[in-house]
Design a protein around this ligand. Structure first.
Ligand code: NAD
Length: 260
């Protein structure tokens, strides 16, 4: 479905982003992966994608807090593959603390990575997509783009921002064959979720099991974590021609969380 096209997935050395990059490669797209982590592990993922799916895969170490590096990564992807057709804004971090103790630098970092990075990437990618009259822009938002939870002020603010960015960009590019949507997962079992358990234990005075059952899955009526492959399948669908009328949408994949 995506043969001859190129996709860039930010924050794809782990979790949801890696699953999306692999799923797009499985559809024939050449991919740019991005994110932090162990060099050898990243190289293993990169070369694994090439071998498994018969596409080209490159790695960009661009830091999503740095606007110049973000624009540079988009332009390098265009140069390397001749076009950038699918942009997935996925990189994200979390920090959990009551607002009066929330470190200012954590607020700034989360807004930069979880929100501003998408602005910089879309800004750089849209001219090429417009000139080719085809593009798919997808952002990994969150159920927290629709509802809040205590102690996550920066994350919830950034994700609500992604929903607004998505709608605005969708309107601007609607007549150019470009769609812009966000996907809003509930709790997906990834390193990001695992890492917030100790802080939530501290903030709420709970054990790890209590955090999983009474905080994380308490909100999710299915009582099951969403899987990274389920999220990736939705991203693949949004890239298909069948989804060309879906734009400006915020698609929940949250086991019913935001239906309550
Ligand atoms: P993860 O921690 O597994 O992956 C995050 C990725 O972002 C990694 O590749 C990491 O290296 C990268 N990253 C972090 N800071 C970066 C920076 N400054 N520059 C470049 N890359 C950076 O997390 P995940 O759970 O897969 O989360 C991916 C996205 O999905 C995030 O936007 C997150 O908010 C969103 N999300 C996750 C869940 C969940 O339950 N896991 C739910 C809803 C939304």
């Amino acid at each position: 479905m995506l043969k001859g096209k190129s996709a860039l997935v930010t924050g794809s050395t782990s979790g949801i982003g890696l699953a999306i990059a692999r799923a797009l490669a499985a559809q024939g797209a050449n991919v740019t992966i991005n994110g932090f982590g162990d060099k050898a592990a990243i190289e293993k993922e990169r070369s694994g994608i090439e071998k498994e799916f018969g596409v080209k895969a490159v790695y960009s170490p661009a830091d999503m807090t740095k606007p110049d590096e973000i624009a540079g990564m988009v332009h390098t992807a265009e140069k390397t593959f001749g076009s950038l057709d699918v942009l997935v804004n996925n990189a994200g971090i979390q920090f959990v603390a009551p607002i009066e103790e929330f470190p200012v630098e954590k607020w700034n970092q989360i807004i930069a990575i979880n929100l501003s990075a998408a602005f910089h990437a879309v800004r750089a990618a849209v001219p090429g997509m417009k000139s080719r009259k085809w593009g798919r822009i997808i952002s990994t938002a969150s159920a927290h783009s629709l509802v809040a939870s205590p102690f996550k002020v920066a994350y919830v603010s950034a994700k609500h921002g992604i929903a607004g960015l998505t709608k605005t960009v969708a309107l601007e590019v609607a007549t150019f064959g470009i769609t812009c949507n966000c996907i809003s997962p509930g709790y997906v079992w990834t390193p990001l979720v695992e890492k917030q358990i100790p802080d939530t234990m501290k903030a709420r005075g709970m054990t790890a099991e209590q955090v999983k059952r009474d905080v994380l899955l308490a909100a999710q009526p299915t009582k099951e974590f969403v899987t990274v492959d389920e999220v990736a399948s939705l991203a693949v669908y949004l890239c298909s021609d069948a989804a060309k009328a879906i734009t400006g949408a915020n698609l929940s994949i949250d086991g019913g969380w935001t239906a309550e």
